[in-house]
Design a protein around this ligand. Sequence first.
Ligand code: DAT
Length: 172
Amino acid sequence: MTRAAPNVLVTGTPGTGKTTLCEQVSAATGLRHVNVGDLVKREQLHNGWDDEFECLVIDEDKVCDALEDMMGEGGVLVDYHGCDFFPERWFDLVVVLQTDNTVLWERLEKRAYSQKKIQENVQCEIMHCIVEEATDSYREEIVHVLQSSSPEDMEQNVEQLTQWARSWRPSS
Ligand code: DAT
């Protein structure tokens, strides 16, 4: 079935600006923003807390089931820091945000993250873990890596994604 509007996955290490970007693109285009982390908490789509990684253990199958109908209709911006468990067929575009390591560290320090969790996330960013996960999971031509270190980057990314969404056609 063809979608009437595009589905976009916005991924990247926590703190790279996914939610900020999705909120602004959603406001500009009318695409529906789904913050997967919030959805998992709200609908209890997890198997409890992981003490080692200090995060909820999400139930990937339940998350995919919860999103399936919406994704079939199209017009969704999915916001999540992982990307290898969604069906590949869902997305027309995959955006991976990347942030300068020092800037990312400062952003994560403002969250209630432990030093260990900050270190792990910044290490993940240094190793390009999410870029690799995205290129392993989706066709190369739909994966776009965008810098998200400065407010100017954010402005440019909002503009670029908004233009892309507006010019998308079902046959494209
Ligand atoms: P994420 O959803 O990836 O965890 P976020 O959108 O919550 O990230 O952003 C984390 C913080 O960093 C938030 O205070 C906004 C800020 N931020 C994000 N991207 C930025 C950018 N490109 N320039 C300046 N600040 C940015």
